[in-house]
Design a protein around this ligand. Structure first.
Ligand SMILES: [Zn+2]
Ligand SMILES: [Zn+2]
Length: 654
């Protein structure tokens, strides 16, 4: 705005006045001058300022108290307490408050670091004894006092040497070590609230009073800088949210998640077990889990056939030579298991791709034959560190609903779209919301830049053409190509990785796959690796927690159980039982001479959708009175009516 340039100051020196404006509102700025960001936001008439805890100055996160006295255009973006960045700042700031409280209560304690983590924060302390759960209420009380005092967080920058002396004088050796390790270029900043001062980059909330909802949750041991040769510190964890409502909701979900733990429910519902004597990460499926898997697998096969996939199956172990050809040996060896047969090295498959490539290459393909969609419920083995193994969620042996699509480069967009539609249908059936993430080329990878760009472009186009929101993870792709990861959200709003769609231009190259195009020439097909539910083990683990073990009828291992009131009802109950079995309903019977209440309770613990109680009325009138697992009763009905009801429910997958 040259017309607005003003001359001021001595000597008629031309000074360009700069403006401060809000993001995306360049036209409506205020004149800049020495002013705090908070004051600037006030003058810019930002609404709901009491919910604003920090600010982005030209994209950089800063304290609200930061002084804006730079030249040029300054763009501000307020950061609200309930935004992702705002919550992170709130949580980290709460860790400072906790450190202040701990220093006040425990003489001689030394502070280290206190970062924000998912839902909360922690702080590591060095104290003469480890902290205990029963220390937490006292610390919480002290924190509440600090919060009530509404102490401002004050930033101060210090020369490096001065900062070292400052923390040395306080006996804070860990801080001294941290400063010494800082890049000499970096500004050393300290923050104080009340009489507590910490070394920190910031930013922080403006004052302690902004903390409206927190809770200290647990204690743990942790090595200084994660190094087991260094001091063992005592860590205190806490959670913090924008308001009490969000905190309560979080604590409720935490309680609920404990109740829904799939390992606990897996035992209670007799679905699966794991055994030390078998080995870590290997799952044993019991009859109830066996039938659940079978239902899921049959469903998957039907859904794939419906969409033009062909069923194939490759062997479990393949020569190591072939894994070298594919690039797996070079790039994925650490996750593979190897064995030897007749002096020849073999690799146990960690992925199903190879056999599918050989199937495609077994004859000459024309462009008219494409796309080819090969589907396999493929059992794979991958070496995962024992520390990360957990129930069904992280295992070493699992079955993927894996497919490889080979198509012409022109068909690639359409095929990716087809897979995205498939994911949408499947997630809808299980009632999952989901998010998409696109991952780009990692450091360790194969293929040309051109291929990577083409593949990444195709994935982004497919997602954007479908108007789906997505996030980009730079450098997180598979070693052979870019990918779309689908992260589903369960009933407790937790994220789980399931489907992935990966482009691969290198495997067709390495296996010299081609098709004859319209021009009569050989061309290289494009290839997609994709799974929809991912590892079935993991997916079942997620389903158990998602439904809290109360599977919808179509998935329930046992759909109905017949309970007799008295022994004289057994003959009719037997007839009901065989009728249901004949109709394909997974029915069980409980004709024991036990109290009905006990039988009902047991069926409820097993979360069986329908209990058919057969007493005198049912025997006389030749029908059933279904009782639901939540305690509700349906009206008396004929056996055939009940069969029709369950059959329809399963067909609709309600
Ligand atoms: Zn800090
Ligand atoms: Zn594959």
């Amino acid at each position: 705005m040259p017309a607005l340039d003003a001359l001021f100051g001595l000597g008629f020196q031309a000074v360009k006045k700069s403006t401060i404006h809000l993001k995306n509102k360049a036209g409506k700025g205020i004149e800049s001058g020495p002013v705090s960001a908070l004051e600037a936001l006030r003058r810019l008439k930002v609404k709901g300022l009491d919910k604003v805890v920090a600010v982005k100055v030209n994209g950089e996160l800063r304290d609200l108290s930061v002084h804006l006295d730079g030249d040029g255009e300054i763009e501000l973006e307020p950061v609200a307490i309930d935004s992702e960045e705002g919550l992170k700042i709130l949580r980290h700031s709460t860790s400072h408050v906790m450190a202040e409280a701990v220093k006040k209560l425990f003489t001689g304690v030394k502070v280290t670091i206190g970062p924000a983590i998912e839902n909360g924060f922690y702080y590591d302390f060095d104290y003469e004894r480890p902290f205990r759960e029963d220390d937490l209420p006292r610390i919480e009380e002290e924190m509440k006092r600090i919060i009530k005092a509404d102490l401002p967080f004050v930033r101060k920058e210090m020369p490096r040497e001065e900062a070292i002396e400052f923390f040395k004088a306080m006996g804070e050796d860990y801080k001294v070590e941290l400063i010494k390790d800082l890049n000499p270029e970096e500004t050393v900043s300290i923050y104080s609230q009340g009489d507590f001062t910490d070394l920190c980059r910031g930013p922080h909330i403006p004052s302690t009073g902004k903390i409206k909802a927190f809770r200290l949750t647990k204690v743990a041991g942790a090595y200084w800088r994660g190094d087991e040769r260094r001091a063992m510190l005592s860590r205190i964890y806490g959670v913090a949210f924008a308001d009490q409502k969000a905190l309560k909701e979080y604590l409720r979900k935490l309680e609920e998640a404990k109740k829904r733990d799939h390992v606990k429910l897996g035992r209670q519902l007799e679905l699966f077990s794991t055994h030390e004597e078998i080995g870590a990460g290997m799952v044993v499926w019991h009859p109830m889990g066996g039938i659940l898997r079978h239902v899921l697998e049959e469903f998957e096969i039907a859904e794939h056939l419906k969409r033009g996939y062909e069923l194939v199956k490759g062997p479990q172990i393949l020569k190591t030579e072939l894994w070298k050809k594919s690039g797996h040996f070079e790039n994925y060896r650490e996750n593979m298991y190897f064995t030897e047969i007749d002096g020849q090295s073999y690799g146990i498959k960690p992925m199903n791709c190879l056999a599918h490539m050989l199937i495609y290459g077994s004859k000459i393909r024309s462009y008219r034959d494409l796309p080819k969609r090969y589907f396999e419920l493929g059992l794979v083995h991958r070496h995962e560190r024992s520390g990360v193994l957990h129930g069904l969620l992280r295992v070493r042996e699992f079955t993927q609903d894996d497919a490889h699509i080979l198509c012409t480069p022109e068909q690639l967009d359409q095929e990716i779209k087809g897979v995205l539609d498939f994911v949408k249908d499947m997630m809808g059936i299980f009632d999952f919301d989901y998010d998409l993430e696109i991952s780009t080329r990692p450091e360790k990878s194969i293929g040309t830049d051109e291929d990577w760009e083409r593949g990444t472009g195709a994935l982004i186009k497919a997602v954007e053409d479908n108007n789906l929101p997505y996030q980009v993870n730079e450098g997180e792709g598979a070693f052979y190509g870019p990918k779309i990861d689908v992260k589903l959200r369960d009933a407790l709003d937790r994220q789980w990785q399931c489907a992935t769609i990966q482009c691969d231009f290198t495997l067709p190259e390495r296996f010299d796959l081609f098709y004859i195009g319209k021009d009569g020439q050989k061309h290289r097909p494009a290839m997609i690796h994709r799974v929809i539910l991912g590892a079935l083990e993991r997916f079942i683990g997620v389903l158990i927690e998602h439904y809290g073990g109360a599977f919808p009828t179509w998935l329930s291992p046992v759909q109905a159980i017949i309970l007799t009131v008295a022994d004289r009802n057994i003959p009719f109950a037997k007839k009901v039982f065989s009728k249901l079995r004949e109709a394909g309903i997974r029915a069980e019977k409980d004709f024991r001479n036990e109290k009905l209440g006990l039988k009902v309770r047991e069926a409820q613990v097993r979360k069986i959708p329908y209990m058919l109680i057969v007493g005198d009325r049912e025997s006389d009138k030749k029908g059933v009175t279904p009782r639901l697992r939540d305690g509700r009763n349906l009206p008396f009905m004929e056996c055939d009516q009940f069969i029709a009801l369950v059959t329809e429910e399963c067909k609709q997958r309600r």
